[in-house]
Structures are given as structure tokens and as C-alpha cells.
Design a protein around this ligand. Structure first.
Ligand code: SAH
Ligand code: SF4
Ligand code: F3S
Length: 477
């Protein structure tokens, strides 16, 4: 049974489409095909959301819906949303509101919100965006096809956001967007509650997927010809093989055991994972990355800040010293490996001295690349109790400073690769120069080179001739 909450239908719509004969009206009045309704799904946010959109697409296809790639061609438009920054959310609501014209022209059009913003606002989303017909929370996604079916039939508005801690059903639908690279979620939710972060509230408590299910999924992907898998979790290093494993003993080890098992699956060539939390990552992980042949030599280890005072206020559970030691251990264990990070500037009370500590760590570590963000308060995250007192111009200036610094560091890191021959898994044409191929090295750097589109999905050797901060340019060796 779908656990749903029906909100009163929009009076204008209910006049046209009463629950009694809604489906007939839908079919006759608006020229749509309810037996095979067309769905347009737009995804915002992180890899988790990309994977969830794929999961939901699979469910919809299995249920007789068809997917289209433009809102104009759709009977149902769904936004899979992200709430991690204020700006991301504003952009999302802007996108939904842009559909007002289309909805006016075609009142039978169904518009829905799923994902983190749906979970964040629940009923309130219907007020924020009155053209929404449904809100489907992060744990309710498996009910989404039924929910859309109910709306097609009854012309009601539905809010289903009561299952934030639920697991996805196993086995998952077979549908995949790609043919040789796939995301595999190893868990959901987050228990870290970094003070600035909304994720634990919208994704629920951390829960690990059963290793048997993960292994089965990867084996099935390998049989279908997939070569690269990326294991996803908010904190992969706290993956637990059994539900009652203590977080203290589970640290890294269980994740390493999982990596070992996946490494032995025939057909898979590359294993990636993200994200690792510095408080749980360890030399044991780095050694596994070194020793397991399929595990790629790339670690994403978010720093956030280099200031102990700020790290403490962020509840990150490590110090600058601990982070530097960890980064040093990584580089010692995997001298050719790449290290990337996330940096958050302008956290409440961040002074110039705190900011300089971040810059110092960036320079000392020498990250290969960094995702950089300006802090924005995300209720109900705990940092909202602190005054957002770093002026917007200061945040902007600090952001620009670290982008510029990182750009220089990235170029230096890439320059060290000139003359080397690296293994690249070809993604195909589609970079800035459509005549060139792009692909990724094991260290997750973008390589650009000339070649035949038929090489897409294959591994080739590329000799690096020159670099930019963002890419390696070369020719096939
Ligand atoms: N679980 C991952 C990623 C979480 S979200 C991790 O722990 O790293 C991705 C990034 O968004 C974070 O690393 C952080 O840098 C940024 N972020 C999270 N909350 C934010 C906020 N309130 N304002 C700005 N950036 C934020
Ligand atoms: Fe957010 Fe921290 Fe969890 Fe990452 S580890 S999702 S930053 S609470
Ligand atoms: Fe990801 Fe954004 Fe949700 S970063 S987990 S889609 S809030």
C-alpha cells in the first residue's frame, strides 16, 4: 500500500478533471496516452541522485512508462532535487516555476518533485511551487510509479515523504544509463551530522546494503559488459558488513573487505569509490588501493577547512594535523595516486587567519583538483544557530582565491605527467572539440586525444604531450 498523503486538488484542475472520471478526461481531453505515459526526468545534485534517477527510471520503464528527453514531449515531468546549498535549491524552484506556462497550456501535465528537496520540504513544497502535483521523498522512490499512476487516475496531489530511513528493494531494476560505467550504491544516509550539512536530514540514518546484494549487482553488470564501477556512499569508509557492527570496529576494514570481494569479479576492470571521510579513512584503505589491481588510484578526501577552530565548529572529527598525516600516508603509499577534495569557505566566524590555514593545507598537500563552495545555511543543519556573519563579498573573494590557487596547483600536478603513457578508458567524442576523444585515467583525470569513436568503452594507452589545469592532452601510444 502506498503511504500517501492526499492534498486537496487545485480547484481549477479538479473542475476539469474530477477524481470520478479523471482518467477518461486525461485521455480524451489532453491527447496523452495514459497507458504508456511519457516521463521527462531532470536530475540535480550528486552521484547519489544520478543513481536514484536511474533506479526510478528503471522502475518506471518496468511499469510501462516511457522516458522522453524534453519537457514538451512529456505527460509527467519529474525533478530529482538537491538541497545541499541554497543556490542549488533556488535554481531548482526557478526551473519548476518556469513550467507555469506549459502547465497552463496543458493542465493535465503532471509535475513532480523527488529527492532531497522533496524530503526537506514535504507538504510545504506544494506551497512553494503551486504547479507541483506530487512530492516524493528519498525513501519513497520505490513507490513513485504507483504514485504517478494514482494521480493519473484520481487527479489528486500527493505528498509521500514518510520513509526517509527505508532501504531500496532488492533486486533493483536492471536499467542503466551507460553501457560500460556504472554507479553502485553501497549504502544510504549519513550519521555524521557535520554541522553545516543537510544530507543526514534528507537522506536519513546511515544504512549499509548487504554485501551479497552489492556483489550480485556488480557480477550482473560485469556479465553485461560493464568495465568500471563507482561505489557510492556519503562515507564509504563506515560501510558495515553486518547491521549490528559497531561503528568503531567497522572503520574502513569492512569497506576494504568489500573492495577485496569486488576486486575478484571477472570482467570488471576499474573500481572507484566516493566519498571517504578523513575521520574514517586509514592506511589500511590506501594499502588496499595499492594492492588490489582493479581499485583505481584516486582518493576523494574532503578537507572542508584547514583551521582546527572551524573544523571543530563543523564537527568534522579531525584536525589539520590529522588530515595532513593522512594525506602524507596516502602519498607515501600511492606516490602516483591522485588526491582530490571539497573545500567550504565562509563558514560562520571564519577569519582571515582561519582561511589562510585552509590555503596553507591546500598548498602543502597539493590536491589534483578541488570542488569549492561558499557556505550557505541549510536549516535544520546545526550551523544555522550560528550567525552567517562572513560577508557575501568576503565569501566570494575567498572562493575566487582558492579557485585560482587550485588552478595553479592542478596545472603543476598535471605537468608532472607530461611524457608519461597512461591507461585511459574512452568515454567517446563530446568534449569541447567534437573531433577528439575524451576519457579518464585511472587517477580520474580527463585525457583528450585523437581517435576513432569506435574506441568508446575500451581502454587505450595515451602518451601525454601537454596539459591544462583541467585536462591532459596527448596521442594514442
Ligand atoms: N558526504 C560527502 C559529500 C557531502 S555534500 C562528504 O562528506 O564530503 C558535498 C559537499 O557540499 C560537501 O563536501 C561540502 O563541501 C558542500 N556543502 C555541504 N553543505 C554545505 C553548505 N551548507 N554550504 C555550502 N557547501 C556545502
Ligand atoms: Fe554531510 Fe558530513 Fe555526512 Fe558528508 S559526512 S554527507 S558533509 S554530514
Ligand atoms: Fe546529494 Fe544534494 Fe542530496 S549533494 S545527497 S543530492 S542534498
Amino acid at each position: 500500500m502506498l503511504n500517501k498523503k492526499k492534498a486537496p486538488p487545485d480547484p481549477k484542475q479538479s473542475k476539469i478533471l474530477s477524481p470520478k472520471n479523471g482518467l477518461d478526461n486525461f485521455r480524451l481531453g489532453f491527447g496523452m496516452s495514459p497507458k504508456c505515459p511519457a516521463v521527462y526526468l531532470k536530475t540535480f545534485g550528486c552521484q547519489m541522485n544520478i543513481r536514484d534517477s536511474e533506479f526510478v527510471t528503471g522502475l518506471l520503464l518496468d511499469d510501462g512508462f516511457r522516458m522522453v528527453d524534453s519537457p514538451e514531449a512529456a505527460d509527467v515531468i519529474i525533478f530529482n532535487s538537491c538541497s545541499v546549498r541554497k543556490h542549488a535549491e533556488e535554481r531548482l524552484f526557478g526551473n519548476i516555476c518556469d513550467l507555469a506556462g506549459l502547465k497552463k497550456k496543458r493542465p493535465g501535465l503532471i509535475i513532480g518533485l523527488m529527492g532531497c528537496t522533496a524530503q526537506n520540504y514535504k507538504d510545504e513544497a506544494l506551497t512553494k511551487a503551486p504547479m507541483l502535483d506530487f512530492v516524493c521523498g528519498t525513501g519513497n522512490e520505490k513507490d513513485l510509479p504507483q504514485l504517478v499512476g494514482d494521480i493519473l487516475k484520481d487527479r489528486c496531489r500527493i505528498v509521500a515523504a514518510d520513509k526517509v530511513n527505508e532501504k531500496k528493494p532488492e533486486p533493483m531494476p536492471e536499467y542503466r544509463e551507460g553501457t560500460f560505467k556504472a554507479y553502485v550504491a553501497i549504502g544510504e544516509g549519513c550519521d555524521n551530522f557535520c554541522s553545516y550539512c543537510i544530507v543526514p536530514y534528507v537522506r536519513g540514518r546511515e544504512r549499509s546494503r548487504r554485501a551479497e546484494d552489492i556483489i550480485k549487482e556488480v557480477k550482473d553488470l560485469a556479465v553485461r559488459g560493464f568495465k568500471e564501477i563507482t561505489l557510492l556512499g556519503q562515507n564509504v569508509n563506515s560501510y558495515k558488513l553486518t547491521a549490528n557492527r559497531s561503528p568503531l570496529t567497522a572503520k574502513t576494514s569492512d569497506f576494504v573487505r568489500l573492495l577485496e570481494q569486488i576486486n575478484s569479479i571477472k570482467g570488471i576492470e576499474r573500481i572507484r569509490f566516493m566519498t571517504s571521510h578523513p575521520k574514517d579513512a586509514s592506511v589500511e584503505l590506501f594499502k588496499a588501493m595499492r594492492d588490489l589491481d582493479k581499485v583505481c588510484e584516486h582518493l576523494h578526501l574532503p578537507l572542508q577547512s584547514g583551521s582546527d577552530r572551524i573544523l571543530n565548529k563543523m564537527s568534522r572529527g579531525y584536525t589539520q594535523k590529522k588530515y595532513l598525516e593522512l594525506a602524507g600516508d596516502y602519498k607515501k603509499t600511492l606516490p602516483e595516486g591522485s588526491l582530490t577534495t571539497d573545500i567550504l569557505v565562509g563558514f560562520p566566524s571564519e577569519t582571515e587567519k582561519d582561511f589562510k590555514a585552509t590555503v596553507m593545507v591546500m598548498e602543502k598537500v597539493g590536491f589534483d583538483s578541488a570542488f569549492t563552495f561558499k557556505y550557505s545555511p541549510r536549516p535544520p543543519a546545526r550551523s544555522c544557530a550560528l550567525k552567517d556573519d562572513v560577508k557575501s563579498e568576503v565569501k566570494e573573494k575567498r572562493l575566487k582565491t582558492i579557485i585560482d590557487i587550485q588552478c595553479k596547483i592542478s596545472e603543476v600536478r598535471n605537468r608532472a605527467l607530461v611524457g608519461k603513457t597512461l591507461e585511459v578508458l574512452v568515454d567517446g567524442h563530446g568534449g569541447r572539440d567534437p573531433h577528439k576523444l575524451t576519457g579518464r585515467t585511472r587517477t580520474n583525470k580527463t585525457a583528450i586525444f585523437s581517435g576513432d569513436g569506435k574506441l568508446t568503452g575500451r581502454s587505450v594507452n595515451v602518451k601525454i604531450g601537454s596539459v591544462t589545469p583541467y585536462a591532459l592532452l596527448g596521442r594514442m601510444a
